[in-house]
Design a protein around this ligand. Structure first.
Ligand SMILES: [Ca+2]
Ligand SMILES: [Ca+2]
Length: 94
């Protein structure tokens, strides 16, 4: 019985931990996308995918809409931002 009790306590802790990790990874990109109005969706089709990556790569080394971090040039940092936002944009519009 003591063992079962500790298992329950352990499960509670585990639940918190395991619920925290996926939630963080699930909310992370969504939060970034919603606060930044779908950063990385360069062609405005509602998702960040290979088409947007192609646009970014085509503009590599140049300023413009593909300069996602605003440092004046399109580079690896911007690609990382795009990759981080990969997938469908959030549908909720504030
Ligand atoms: Ca897109
Ligand atoms: Ca940049």
């Amino acid at each position: 019985m003591t063992r079962l009790l500790s298992m329950c306590a352990g499960a509670g802790v585990l639940m918190l931990v395991s619920a925290g990790a996926p939630t963080a990874s699930a909310i992370g990109p969504a939060t970034v996308a919603s606060t930044a109005a779908c950063t990385g969706d360069l062609n405005g089709d509602g998702k960040v995918d290979g088409a947007d990556l192609g646009i970014l790569l085509a503009n590599w080394g140049k300023p413009g809409a593909t300069d996602l971090d605003g440092n004046g040039t399109t580079d690896g940092a911007d690609q990382a931002i795009l990759m981080g936002a990969w997938g469908p944009c959030p549908t909720e519009i504030p």
